[in-house]
Design a protein around this ligand. Sequence first.
Ligand code: C5P
Length: 227
Amino acid sequence: ARLRDLEGRSVLVTAGGTREPLDPVRYIGNRSSGRQGIAIARAAQARGARVTLIAAHVEVELPTGIEIVRVETTAELLDAATAAAPLHDLVIMAAAVADYRPVSVSDDKIKKAHTGDRLTLELVQNPDILATLSHAERDGRLIVGFAAETATDRDDLIRLGREKIARKGCDYLVVNGVGWTTGFARDDNSVTVLDASGAIVFEASGSKSSVADDILGVFATALSGAE
Ligand code: C5P
């Protein structure tokens, strides 16, 4: 029989990559496919949880039988996550959120300049949704972040992860290496889970669905331990 250790729990997952518009036809985006986040939503559903998925741009099919909120920009993701978080016991932020957005969005398509061969875009920092939720009133809610890093080796990856979890204030950080050919848009993944103290509590690798299921075991245990 399959593990139903999230029965009676509610899980909020964010997935995919946000897109920040420049004009009506262009945006700044990233290569996130949403595969890992969607695999987590499916695995949480299979373990018996009530699941809400906030999906930014994704390249795979969305699950059925769960609540889905579609968003495009980081601002929309912030609104959706802020509204949904209080209704869930476990929040897993797997979305690849744009750190910056254009200062202004043009109502008209930006024209090619005839005055020179360079164009400068001015960007402004987006709010950090994970840090915002982590530092807000929690009511016992468990919050998990993801960190996709281009690291030179595993030690470097862990070091970057430790710095990040201290800044973000979440309970767990799932660290995975990314590069031109690893991490995004692939079917397999390799992750290290850090706790709030920066200690390595779990490692998993394999298909994104097996990684999803394995790491959910850690968070399900943490939820029952917190009671
Ligand atoms: O800082 P970085 O983008 O690497 O952190 C990744 C984690 O923080 C992910 O869980 C991502 O969903 C979240 N994040 C966020 N808001 C941002 C940037 C990242 O919630 N503006």
